[in-house]
Design a binder for this molecule. Structure first.
Ligand SMILES: [Zn+2]
Length: 268
């Protein structure tokens, strides 16, 4: 744990209406927000939390989200900036399977894959209002098959190399790398806290709170399966941040993202 380093892998940006970012509150109008993945260099291995979105998928299925992504903002491109390749990653853990968190999974056939145990079945059989969220199915041969979308699979993606180990509740992925069960936004959503030897812990809200304002006002995004659980999860995150004096990092907050360390800079 003494030399744990955390990198934010910039994955480009997307656009949503303000009424989606701040559910039933707004204000409306276009909000451009960042998407990124989290790389944890740890004594026990290299862990990647989420894999961003796939530009071609968004252009095909949700072009109204106006993706902006350079080659260096694809997951292989962002790893390349650090001198790494997808095969250098030991474990891919998905916070949930919305398209902006699993679009690059297909590049990691060799990594161990993990998620909450309810996320794979939910992606395979989503509620009608979740279909666009769970629209990039290239992360799992099993899910793509269940949804009749095997055309999304990259050649080489098999049932065997896209199988997930399911977990539940709060889980310590490696020493000081803590997954916090925060359902609501999705059925098996996880937030993340990383502890370091020489600095405050960092608590990544992931999509429990897209922005700082979301958490401060307990206003979640309009995408969720259980908004009451979503509020409780926000309260859990707030309390944990306070109890551990953790620095909060938000998932889709452009103003704050500009101050975050990205590229070859890291936290540790
Ligand atoms: Zn998201």
């Amino acid at each position: 744990m003494s030399d744990t380093k955390v990198y934010l892998l910039d994955g480009g940006s997307l656009v949503l209406d303000g009424f989606h970012v701040f559910w039933n509150k707004g204000p409306g109008g276009e909000v451009r927000f960042p998407v990124y993945s989290i790389l944890i260099e740890h004594a026990e291995g290299r862990f990647l939390i989420d894999t961003g979105y796939d530009y071609d998928h968004v252009m095909k299925v949700l072009p109204f989200e106006k993706p902006m992504q350079t080659k260096e903002q694809t997951i292989p491109g962002a790893l390349g900036l650090l001198g790494l390749e997808p095969k250098d990653i030991d474990v891919v853990f998905n916070s949930h399977f919305h398209f902006d968190h699993c679009g690059g999974n297909k590049y990691f056939p060799d990594a161990k894959k993990m998620c909450h145990k309810l996320e794979v079945p939910q992606a395979a059989k989503p509620q009608p209002f979740e279909i666009l969220g769970y629209s990039d199915l290239s992360f799992s041969a099993e899910v793509a098959e269940a949804r009749g979308a095997t055309d999304q699979l990259l050649a080489g993606t098999t049932a065997k190399n896209s199988t997930f180990e399911g977990v539940e509740g709060d889980v310590e992925l490696a020493k000081g790398v803590k997954l916090l069960f925060t359902p609501g936004h999705s059925i098996g959503h996880y937030s993340l806290m990383v502890e370091f030897a020489n600095r405050r812990p960092i608590l990544f809200t992931i999509d429990v709170a897209y922005t700082q304002k979301s958490l401060e006002t307990l206003c979640q995004a309009s995408f969720h399966i259980d908004p009451v659980a979503g509020v409780e999860s926000m309260q859990k995150i707030k309390k944990l941040a306070q109890d551990h004096d953790a620095e909060l990092i938000y998932s889709h907050d452009m103003e704050n993202f500009k101050t975050y360390k990205t590229g070859t800079q890291y936290y540790g």
